[in-house]
Design a protein around this ligand. Structure first.
Ligand code: HSE
Length: 378
């Protein structure tokens, strides 16, 4: 390995989509870790070309994210602009002769046979091999997949897992900024309409329940355009579009992406139900894990703890679970929280685990940021 960060000229980095939610989180993390010092950075925009760029920008103005010539000047491009942009620009840029490294938060290129999924605590060697082989497309994986693999890194490395049945509790922010607002507006909508009964401690609770249920089912003014149904005071067991065999796309991603990250040939089974819940940020997952052989919770917990510096093991008691194992506790942190560990009563070769992590940090921005570091250092 050569460390070329001090010796070679700085790589030119094109950053696209810095104003969106993932882009802003990535920008913040790169600032915190002083990553921009490794690059000569140029910011690109699809809608605000020529306007002021973030202070890290080499030329202070936003460049045109549709200009193949300007993009082609970059050694590496990181995009948080979304899948439609990737599908529109990536093929044209490659056809234009650009051979630089494309780093993407969107799913569009994930399952291309020539792309590498980046989650370095799990697949640093695979990323290294890919860089050495000249692979040029690197993609962050689906947020729930990254968070699940980070939670199970220890047992996966020890090879004790046969399959995982995952049930997700995905926060509104997984849908985007407007989805977060819709959840909060829904909460406000219900409170405003029923505050007399809500605030009256002696009020008729069954009447309140009836009125709210009626609003959830019938009120066309309930803010529900983004999710397609009311989320506040509700949950939605469907995320993204349908694929085959009754799965949603979000559910399908779990197995194909997990196996691609780990360099396995679909030998790790992962399937379950993806559910949108009224958490604002951070995705949770209840995992039922089929072990290759029975193992006590203590032995399994030791494997969980023996993984990486971001894993936070939460003891299986009420106090610590309510304090630490929640979206509220995980949000805005890099902690991968894992708890509720116990063998299932009816089958000792099945382990019960609950995990929660910030899907904008480890679930989206952080693997890309860390890949950029690995790229400049390889
Ligand atoms: N597909 C995720 C969600 C977004 O809808 O929650 C994070 O990758």
């Amino acid at each position: 390995m050569t460390n070329n960060t001090e010796l070679s000229p700085k790589k030119k980095l094109g950053f696209i989509g810095a104003r969106g939610m993932v882009g802003r989180v990535l920008l913040e993390r790169m600032r915190e870790e002083d990553d921009f010092r490794f690059f000569e950075t140029f910011f690109f925009s699809t809608s605000q070309v020529g306007q002021a760029a973030p202070p890290e920008s080499h030329d202070q103005k936003l460049r045109d994210a549709h200009s193949l010539d300007e993009l082609s000047e970059m050694d590496v491009i990181v995009t948080c602009q979304g899948g439609d942009y990737t599908l529109a620009l990536h093929p044209s840029l490659r056809a234009h002769g650009w051979k630089g490294v494309w780093v993407d938060a969107a799913s569009a290129l994930r399952m291309n046979k020539d792309s590498c999924l980046v989650l370095d605590p799990l697949n640093k060697d695979l990323i290294k091999e890919s860089l050495e082989k000249g692979v040029v497309d690197y993609v962050g994986s689906n947020c729930t997949v990254s968070l699940m693999l980070l939670a199970l890194a220890g047992p996966l490395k020890a090879g004790v897992i046969e399959w995982v049945n995952s049930h997700t509790y995905q926060a509104a922010s997984g849908g985007g900024a407007a989805h977060m607002r819709e959840l909060l507006k829904g909460m406000g909508f219900l409170y405003e309409r029923h505050k007399d009964l809500i605030d009256d401690e002696r009020g008729d609770i069954l009447k309140l329940d009836q009125l709210i249920s009626k609003d959830l089912r019938e009120n066309n003014d309930f803010p529900s355009e983004k999710f397609g149904a009311p989320l506040a005071a509700n949950l939605l067991p469907w995320i993204d579009s349908a694929v085959n065999d009754g799965q949603t796309r979000e559910e399908w991603k779990a197995m194909v992406e997990a196996n691609k990250i780990l360099g396995l040939n679909n030998t790790l089974g992962v399937d379950g139900t993806c559910v949108r819940v009224g958490a604002l940020r951070s995705h949770s997952q209840a995992l039922t894990i089929k072990l290759k052989k029975p193992m006590g919770a203590e032995e399994f917990s030791a494997l969980l703890k023996d993984s990486h510096e971001w894993l936070e093991f939460v003891e299986n008691n009420k106090e610590e679970t309510l304090r630490e194992l929640t979206p509220a506790a995980a949000s805005g942190t890099l902690r991968i929280k894992v708890g509720r560990v116990r063998a299932l009563k009816m089958a000792p070769d099945f382990m019960n685990v609950f995990t929660v992590g910030d899907q904008l940090l480890w679930g989206a921005a952080e693997p890309l940021r860390r890949f950029l570091r690995q790229y400049v250092n390889h």
